[in-house]
Design a protein around this ligand. Structure first.
Ligand code: NAD
Length: 467
């Protein structure tokens, strides 16, 4: 087993040269062939397979993740994405014929060619350090781009393992990792890119978008949550409790798509709270803190931020609330909130806090959801099918899971992304390929068409009648 290496930041002064090297490889055209792309994807697959133990150890160190969670959301996730990509890539890279709408268009054979965008920068976030970095990276390789990956410095062990894998398994002239924090990221943003793919907070997303605008560089932004779950009086309280508790205990709640707050019909509230208690006991019979299945908050700064959010809330803690600063432990904590302006409602917790706000009916829930944040990353209605469709028809969000928390985000055939302030652009599966592909339209005008085309040349006198 490979050991987890120490993280070394890339000297900022080396960055222009690194980017130039990767860019000149793009211009050599070697990454364009489908065979090359498939070979690199397969190598990445084996790099992950061979280093599974190091990835598991890194995620344990960075986030206290269990082996099961690391397999489910990092290793297995990326391996499956690579398999899916390799299987479909030969089909997706082919030129697409555009539909012919007239006889004169047919001979010019209108087509779309799938061109790689070029040299791309991918900036990853810490919470799923492997998946959120390698997910888009897989798309960039598949599209025929050359790429620089900047993993999150806040998950240092995972960042170091990814660098080791990419260095040892992939073509170093085409793909590389730059390590660092804000100064290194800033130096990267000073370089010319053909695309920037960013995952992280909306604040930094704004910095990236502004910088990219200076050079008209296209961006995909995968940003923050503030996602509502809505539980109507017709929902199954046990099912809603188990599914939403799981959605907040995975990765200790550090999940961009997990619900940020729950709007619960007053009629079902007591039963729902009872089921949450039961679910917590069933999932963690030996107590949450003693469970090997529950992760930790990534660092002291984030732990302090979450503690402050809880301390400042006017809500009442109904379940959980246990904390341990030394371990960066924070129990899944259910808080009943009666003030819609409470920061637990309006700010993204990105942690295991579960604010519950009672509502009188579905209309009030929808109104609240639209007022708190009208373009969340996800929305999660529980109730009848009609009620769920009403929620979808009367709100906006990047995606939605009906009767579940963020299931939609795990389907490789569904594009994943935000809307409005939760992001722009999407990826996963074909959407990842598309995200790094320029759909280049082209036509071919045969010489024999000159007879037909002569109508377009001047002098124009009398020609309009011939149409
Ligand atoms: P983070 O600290 O991991 O930062 C994200 C990346 O931005 C890092 O690589 C970091 O080095 C870089 N960065 C930080 N400051 C920068 C700057 N000034 N210039 C350039 N780059 C900079 O993570 P975070 O930002 O705290 O992530 C948490 C947020 O990310 C939450 O809001 C969460 O909802 C969101 N998120 C979204 C998704 C999604 O898919 N939509 C996934 C995960 C996390």
């Amino acid at each position: 087993m490979e050991k987890v290496p120490d993280l070394q930041f890339t000297p900022a002064e080396d960055i222009p040269e690194v980017v130039n090297r990767i860019r000149s490889t793009f211009h050599s055209h070697k990454t364009r062939s489908v065979e090359y792309r498939l070979t690199q994807l397969r190598k990445l697959y084996w790099g992950l397979k061979d280093n599974e133990a190091a990835v598991v150890e890194a995620c344990k160190r960075d986030l206290g993740k269990s082996h099961f969670e690391t397999y489910l959301t990092e290793i297995g996730w990326c391996e499956n994405d690579i398999i899916f990509m390799c299987k479909n890539l030969p089909k997706w890279v082919k030129d697409e014929s555009a539909p012919n709408i007239s006889l004169t268009n047919r001979p010019v054979a209108p087509k779309i060619k799938k061109d790689p965008m070029g040299t791309v920068l991918i900036i990853g976030a810490y919470n799923f350090p492997i998946q959120l970095s390698l997910g888009p990276f897989i798309g960039a390789i598949a599209a025929g781009c050359t790429a620089v990956l900047k993993p999150s410095e806040n998950a240092p062990a995972a960042a170091a393992v990814m660098e080791m894998i990419i260095k040892d398994y992939l073509d170093p002239s085409a793909y590389t990792v730059v390590q660092g924090g804000i100064p290194e990221s800033t130096a990267l943003l000073d370089q010319k890119w053909d695309k920037i793919f960013y995952t992280g907070s909306a604040g930094v997303g704004t910095i990236i978008a502004k910088k990219a605008a200076e050079t008209l560089t296209p961006v995909t932004l995968e940003l923050g949550g503030r996602n509502p779950a809505i539980i109507t009086k017709h929902a199954d309280p046990r099912l809603a409790a188990r599914r939403l508790l799981w959605a907040k205990l995975l990765n200790a709640g550090q999940v961009c798509v997990s619900q940020n707050y729950i709007l619960v019909d007053r009629e079902i509230l007591p039963a729902f709270l009872e089921e949450l208690k039961k679910a917590q006991q069933e999932f963690f019979p030996q107590g949450v803190k003693n469970s090997p299945d529950y992760g930790r908050i990534v660092n002291e700064r984030q732990w302090q931020r979450l503690k402050k959010m809880l301390d400042q809330s006017s809500g009442k803690i109904l379940l959980g609330g246990t904390m341990d600063e030394k371990e960066k432990f924070l129990e899944p904590t259910v808080v009943q909130v009666d003030d819609p302006t409470d920061s637990l409602m309006v700010d993204e917790s990105f942690g295991p806090l579960i604010p519950i706000y009672p509502v009188n009916d579905l209309d009030e829930a929808i109104k609240m959801a639209n007022e708190v944040h009208d373009t969340p990353l996800g929305i999660y209605p529980f109730g009848t099918k009609q009620e769920a469709m009403k929620v979808l028809n009367e709100t906006r969000s990047g995606g939605a899971s009906i009767n579940d928390g963020f299931f939609h985000a795990s389907i490789p055939t569904l594009a994943f992304g935000g809307v409005g302030s939760s992001g722009s652009g999407a990826y996963r599966g074909k959407a990842s390929f598309d995200s790094f592909t320029h759909r280049r339209s082209y036509t071919t005008t045969p010489g024999w068409m000159e007879g037909l085309l002569k109508i377009r040349y001047p002098p124009y006198a009398g020609k309009i009648k011939q149409f």
